[in-house]
Design a protein around this ligand. Structure first.
Ligand SMILES: [Zn+2]
Length: 314
């Protein structure tokens, strides 16, 4: 419908007016983009994404605002640079530097081992003005080849397959070689796909509480389970209780927004005391639940207040 209206209008629009109007629209678009970045910053500061049921600002941008993952990542990185170097704002608005360049600079700065001063960041912004993506990458490689390497890439290539590209360092190649050697009796010539399946299975057996519960529920007859010694630490949650909570909450964050939308993140889950220990809460399954890190912090802030939580907030 919108397209049709424009098409009708365009018939009476002269070439010069069309060009002029497009230029104005792009200027407005840049102003809007800059304004979106500052809004994202304020949402981050207030941690509103968590209140809305998202596990991070990135998650909010993708699922809440419908940005693609790449677009969300670029905006958040550019926003972080803008916070450190507000002098870049007029350049972004004027189109002298692009959102993508600001995000590339931020990525470079984050990957560097040594911290980058504000003056150095400003220098980078000044040096990369008006440069193409390729020119930016060349400039950054010269400054720090390690930090300039492109970020890992994930690309969906079919409904059931994703291509992952990343740079392996020598240490990882050595480890992979050693794993191939040790594992040769299982598969003498594994592809990288075989190898990563094998590694993922081994890691999940160790890390995934659901898999640990499965193993514990069928102990071999000759090795009876040794009951855990009771702990006097009130923070201590026995493994059996953790397992119960994990299973009951289906291995994902239980936070719900006032409208009832569940977060369901499976990332960095923590066990939360619904009634805090500080308020006399107990480590019983009824008083425990799984929360992702963002929601555990948000709930702790709400229950204990910013004064108590300040040392724990980065
Ligand atoms: Zn959550």
């Amino acid at each position: 419908m919108v397209n049709k209206i424009y098409m009708m209008n365009f018939k009476s629009v002269s070439d010069s007016a069309l060009l002029e109007k497009t230029k104005t629209l792009v200027q407005e678009e840049r102003k809007l983009t800059t304004s979106v970045l500052w809004h994202l910053h304020e949402i981050q500061k207030r941690r509103l994404y968590a209140e809305q049921g998202f596990q991070s600002l990135f998650d909010y941008c993708v699922r809440g605002l419908n940005y693609s993952e790449a677009a969300a990542g670029r905006r958040i990185a550019a926003m972080r640079l803008l916070v450190d170097v507000p002098e870049a704002e007029p350049l972004l608005e004027a189109g002298a530097i692009s959102l993508s360049t600001l995000s590339t600079i931020q990525g470079f700065v984050q990957r560097k081992d040594a911290p980058t001063s504000k003056a150095e960041k400003m220098e980078l912004v000044a040096a990369l003005q008006g440069k193409s993506r390729r020119e930016c990458e060349q400039h950054l490689v010269a400054l720090g080849p390690e930090a300039a390497r492109p970020a890992d890439r994930e690309r969906v290539i079919s409904p059931t397959e994703t291509e992952i590209r990343f740079v392996a360092d020598d240490a990882l190649m050595e480890k992979l070689k050693r794993i191939r050697e040790l594992d040769a009796h299982v598969n003498s010539d594994p592809s990288y796909l075989d190898l990563f399946h094998r590694l993922a299975d081994l890691a999940l057996k160790k890390l995934d509480p659901e898999k640990r519960i499965e193993r514990k529920s069928t102990p071999p007859a000759e090795s009876p389970q040794i009951p855990e010694a009771p702990s006097t630490n009130p923070r201590y949650v026995p493994a059996a209780v953790k397992g119960l909570v994990w299973k009951r909450d289906q291995g994902c964050c239980t936070y719900r927004t006032p409208e009832g939308r569940r977060c369901s993140s499976r990332f960095a889950l923590e066990i939360d005391h619904i009634k805090p220990l500080a308020h006399g809460g107990l480590s019983t399954p009824e008083n425990l639940r799984l929360l992702c890190r963002a929601h555990n912090r948000q709930q702790a802030l709400a229950k204990l207040g910013p004064e108590v939580m300040r040392p724990y907030l980065v």
